[in-house]
Design a protein around this ligand. Structure first.
Ligand code: ATP
Ligand code: MG
Length: 423
């Protein structure tokens, strides 16, 4: 026998027993976006490689080592999107959506990064993303944070995540801070790990983001960006904190929160959990005022966040009533050829009469015993049984699969009325 072909490592199938979780969070998210007046945008999964190099930054983990980049048949360099922000900016610019107008957008879909697969870290993973354009904050910054906070409440995981907040300041302030930081790390050069040595002159802020415990002490004592903010950023950060205080949202200011991508400025935030081991960031976002210009457009303030669905789904339970939503109402047992001919059109008629009805018709025949076994396994509440005797009398026999109740005989014409009381 030929060897079975397996899925790519780090790229997962989402099987029927898991899809209810996905559908549940997708429906909550959609509802949330509607309630804040955000519109959905859908971008392609593949983009020109240059888009990510120019936006995310050449010396970031994503661009240095995580992108799925390939040459297509024309010799163009293409990349499977590692994130959505750059794609969203590209699309919004290309379609003239940023000219003298504001946008509040959302998207969802798969992202691709060649990382070492482990729990909470995959090579194909899924994000919900929200991006706003033309709004300078801090009001919109607060809106996005409150919106993510509302999502945790809706999903019943409010106690599992905490908000970490920082401001990266203007790019000038960051440039000045960068010099202070490089001086500090240069004075401690022997203590730097290999990654940090490499980043010292390319992307020193990222050293602060190091996950290496040996770097912890050095990073804790490093000069803090928040002490080097420009006045405008400082003011805006204070206003944001005040709105969050007034709204009763708890947060922790984390001066080492710098985010892994180059395009962030001013407000950055993460929602983190201690319930998922090392992969603790569920949602991350920030302001990226420079990105539109960096990609060739007119300077446009922008702010967004993205959350990882795989990590989110690890943290939630589906409420009981929602769990039942996917269950079948009826499994339709058909005994013999006459029942098959009559039953299939009948099922169609009932589905038309009752759009909410979830009814599965037995296919492939079988004895009453084997069909009833399938009915039980289907999860349906009741089995409808149609055989020669029922056809003769123009009735359906109804057997209760989940309750101890006597079988009922219902006139065929009364079935829609009977069902409408049940569902
Ligand atoms: P991390 O520090 O965990 O690598 P990141 O900073 O690279 O995260 P972002 O680019 O900000 O992550 O993406 C936003 C969210 O997407 C993350 O907070 C996380 O929930 C999710 N995410 C990122 N990379 C992966 C991955 N490889 N597998 C699963 N989820 C991911
Ligand atoms: Mg990463």
């Amino acid at each position: 026998m030929a060897k079975l072909i397996q899925a790519i490592r780090g790229m997962n199938d989402i099987l029927p027993e898991q899809t209810p979780y996905w559908q549940y969070v997708e429906s909550i998210f959609r509802q949330l976006m509607q309630s804040y007046g955000y519109q959905e945008i859908r971008m392609p999964i593949v983009e020109n490689t240059a888009l990510f190099k120019r936006s995310i930054g050449e010396v970031t983990d994503i661009v240095e080592k995580e992108m799925y980049t390939f040459e297509d048949r024309n010799g163009d360099s293409l990349t499977l999107r590692p994130e959505g922000t750059a794609c969203c900016v590209r699309a919004a610019m290309q379609h003239g959506m940023l000219h003298n107008q504001t946008q509040r957008l959302w998207y969802s879909g798969p992202m691709f990064r060649h990382e070492r697969p482990q729990k909470g870290r995959y090579r194909q993973f899924h994000q919900f993303g929200v991006e706003t354009f033309g709004l300078a904050g801090p009001d919109i910054d607060a809106e996005l944070i409150l919106m993510s906070n509302r999502l945790w409440q809706l999903l019943g995981m409010g106690d599992d995540v905490v908000l970490e907040l920082n401001s990266l300041g203007s790019s000038e302030a960051r440039q000045q801070y960068r010099e202070v930081l490089v001086k500090y790390f240069e004075a401690h050069q022997p203590e730097l790990d290999e990654d940090s040595q490499r980043r010292l002159h390319t992307n020193p802020l990222r050293i602060l983001d190091s996950k290496n415990p040996d770097m912890q002490r050095l990073n804790e004592n490093a000069p803090k960006l928040i002490d080097h903010l420009d006045d405008e950023s400082k003011q805006e950060f204070e206003t944001l904190c005040k709105i969050l205080d007034d709204a009763g949202v708890n947060y922790k200011i984390n001066p080492r929160l710098v985010r892994g991508l180059d395009y962030y400025s001013k407000t950055v935030f993460e929602w983190v959990t201690d319930k998922l081991g090392a992969q603790g960031t569920v949602c991350a976002g920030g302001r990226f005022d420079g990105l539109v210009e960096q990609l060739g457009g007119k300077a446009t303030p922008a702010m967004g966040f993205a959350l990882g669905l795989e990590r989110l789904i690890e943290l939630i339970e589906i409420p009981q009533d929602k769990q039942k939503e996917n269950n079948l109402d009826v499994y339709f047992v058909l005994m013999g050829d006459a029942a098959i001919s009559k039953g299939i059109p009948l099922a169609e008629k009932w589905r038309s009469a009752l759009p909410g009805l979830k009814l599965q018709v037995n296919c492939g025949g079988g004895s009453i015993k084997s069909q009833m076994k399938k009915a039980d396994k289907s999860g349906a509440e009741v089995a409808f049984i149609l055989g020669d005797e029922e056809i003769e009398k123009n009735v359906i026999a109804v057997k209760f699969l989940r309750e101890k109740k006597e079988q009922e005989i219902i006139e065929m014409d009364n079935i829609p009325g009977y069902l409408s009381k049940k569902i």
